[in-house]
Design a binder for this molecule. Sequence first.
Ligand SMILES: Cc1cc2nc3c(=O)[nH]c(=O)nc-3n(C[C@H](O)[C@H](O)[C@H](O)COP(=O)(O)OP(=O)(O)OC[C@H]3O[C@@H](n4cnc5c(N)ncnc54)[C@H](O)[C@@H]3O)c2cc1C
Length: 352
Amino acid sequence: MAVEKEGCDFREAPASAGMLNFLFHGLHRGVMLVNLITGREKIALNNVIIIGSGCAGLTSAIYAGRANLKPLVIDGLEPGGQLALTTMVENFPGFPDGILGPELIENMRKQAQRFGAEFKSGAITDVDLSKRPFKITAGNETYETLSLIIASGATARLIGLESERKLIGYGVSTCATCDGYFFRNKDIAVVGGGDSAMEEANFLSRFANKVYLVHRRSEFRASKIMVDRARANEKIQFVTPVVVEDIRDVSKGGVEKMILRNTQTKAVSELPVEGVFVAIGHEPNTKVFRGKLDMDENGYLLTHHGSQTKVPGVFAAGDVQDHHYRQAVTAAGSGCMAAIDAEKFLEAHPGL
Ligand SMILES: Cc1cc2nc3c(=O)[nH]c(=O)nc-3n(C[C@H](O)[C@H](O)[C@H](O)COP(=O)(O)OP(=O)(O)OC[C@H]3O[C@@H](n4cnc5c(N)ncnc54)[C@H](O)[C@@H]3O)c2cc1C
């Protein structure tokens, strides 16, 4: 027997210790529910679960909420996603004076809640996509859902310095398109030796007075044409082979210089810069989907016909499936697509 309850239904399973769970933790989605008359447990079945609460996940939640689907959003370890880590966002449409990243993301969250989205903390540790309903595990919690939107984003690789982490949004950036404009006529550095480092250095040279391309080797992983283009750019100066020992000055809340160590001579030097762009790649958050969904060679989810993955009923949105644009507005746009695709899928497949 299935009982409709506020947008999700409850399916029966044999009763066990779940009864105590219900009595102690109360009635909420994802907890075993016990019918005290039949003595059988019931598992909350969601229409749509959204993995991730960055701008892709939150936009999906707004659309799915307005479609009356009562979406359940699993926050992950970074509620709000990458925008929660940054300061001013000047290129999201609708804010002529810009808006702080955390404020923008909080607005989206409130907007989703207004339309009935529910949020749970915790990171997804396993998924069973072999049959519907899909089973989603976050630590000790298991959820079931008729459709799934994956919006788990991609994490920029960092050098690993404490100062780098503390200065993100205060002179350290992982996104030239997002933050280049803030560094007009300034001396800045790009760290990395791949195609994206070369591309970011070239892009940033439009704004900056000088761009130092800092790399730990004198050879580059980047294609020759990209290296040649950067070398031909008179605003770009190569600084190799050096590793970044520190970025100063955390105590002043901004970037003043980098401390570099030459990997051959071991000599330590200072490079005065006002901005540091770390361009050493991104890691899509797709580990739990390995072997279950199609990915490209770097682990980004592959989608077709909008946001569809190879499993019917599973959709992907935002940076987790886009290594090219990686912008808040494109993530939000694809979040909208995924919610509409999920809604159409549920319409066509109303039962299990
Ligand atoms: C410093 C910085 C500044 C930026 N500035 C701008 C800007 O000015 N303008 C602009 O357009 N873009 C900017 N960007 C890029 C923009 O933030 C991203 O393109 C956008 O956030 C991508 O959204 P998303 O929802 O796809 O992923 P993310 O924002 O990365 O969100 C991913 C979400 O998934 C969750 N998650 C991950 N793994 C799991 C898991 N296993 N289980 C559950 N949840 C999980 C995370 O907790 C997070 O909530 C900036 C990025 C950075 C890092």
